[in-house]
Ligand binder design. Structure first.
Ligand code: B12
Length: 210
């Protein structure tokens, strides 16, 4: 278990909903960048996950943590979205088949929209066919996949193979708390990220290369 030194991340880990929301408002009011607030919340959520993994928390606590995160994001969202003047490109994104975690993906969507991308959000538990249909319809420059379960690796690989077979030039980024370079290579993606800001950096770099 990690020692959380930040009051906000420990309030998340302790599931103190009112305290979390008060601290989020306070930080935004005092000028803390919204993305920094998101990162601190994410650290708290990681600790919730660790406690769940250690048998200290149960599914009920995961659900409560998810609700707290959703309420916190409702406060942060207007600050994160920003005002994009023009559309830089199109991105299709979804959480892969079998996986219903979407809090992180939703933040990624907000960040990309704030940075000027048109985002087609396919939601959660998205089968390969849905990705293929959306790619055909929207012709995105980048496809994003979010995955938080180790078990999501196989469907992610299958989906990427199907996309490559249909449209070999599609740039694919994957992300989620456990994603790393090795997993990126194993599933055949082009890029990976573990923070919402990574998605914007990747998309911007792809567009420069196009
Ligand atoms: C909240 C939560 C839930 C909620 C989800 C609510 C929701 N609407 O999303 C609920 C209760 C539904 C849930 C269910 C389950 N969960 Co859960 N959950 C979590 C928890 C605690 C936090 C996830 C979260 O929201 N974090 C906060 C967000 C902001 O962070 P994030 O998701 O990582 O996203 C950020 C980055 O990863 C990145 N990112 C995300 N997507 C993308 C995509 C791209 C392209 C890029 C570039 C970046 C990027 O940007 C985001 C913002 O910075 C994690 C713990 C953890 N360490 O992640 C476990 C965790 C993921 N869950 C776990 C498990 C086991 C489950 C269940 C199987 C439990 C069960 N017995 O039923 C089910 C699975 C349901 C399913 N089929 O998907 C395990 C997975 C273990 C594993 N190795 O597979 C974890 C790791 C907990 C643990 N340590 O055991 N869960």
């Amino acid at each position: 278990m990690t020692e959380l030194t930040d009051e906000l991340s420990s309030a998340v880990a302790q599931l103190e909903d009112d305290k979390v929301l008060d601290l989020v408002r306070q930080r935004l009011e005092t000028g803390v960048p919204p993305i920094k607030v998101v990162k601190t919340l994410q650290e708290g959520m990681t600790e919730v996950g660790d406690r769940f993994g250690a048998g200290e928390y149960f599914l009920n606590e995961l659900v409560v943590a998810g609700e707290i995160m959703k309420d916190a994001m409702a406060i942060i969202e207007p600050h994160l979205r920003g005002e994009a003047a023009e559309t830089k490109g199109v991105i299709v994104i979804g959480t892969v088949r079998g996986d219903i975690h979407d809090l992180g993906k939703n933040i990624v969507v907000m960040m990309l929209q704030g940075a000027g991308y048109q985002v087609v959000d396919l939601g959660v538990d998205v089968p390969a066919e849905r990705f293929l249909e959306a790619i055909e319809e929207h012709q995105p420059q980048v496809v994003g996949m979010s995955a938080l379960l180790t078990a999501s690796q196989a469907p992610m690989k299958k989906t990427i193979e199907a996309i490559r077979a249909q449209r070999a030039t599609t740039k694919i980024m994957i992300g989620g708390s456990y994603i790393n370079e090795t997993i990126k290579d194993q599933v055949g993606a082009d890029y990976f990220g573990t923070l919402a800001g990574d998605a914007v950096k990747i998309a911007d770099s792809v567009l420069v290369d196009v």
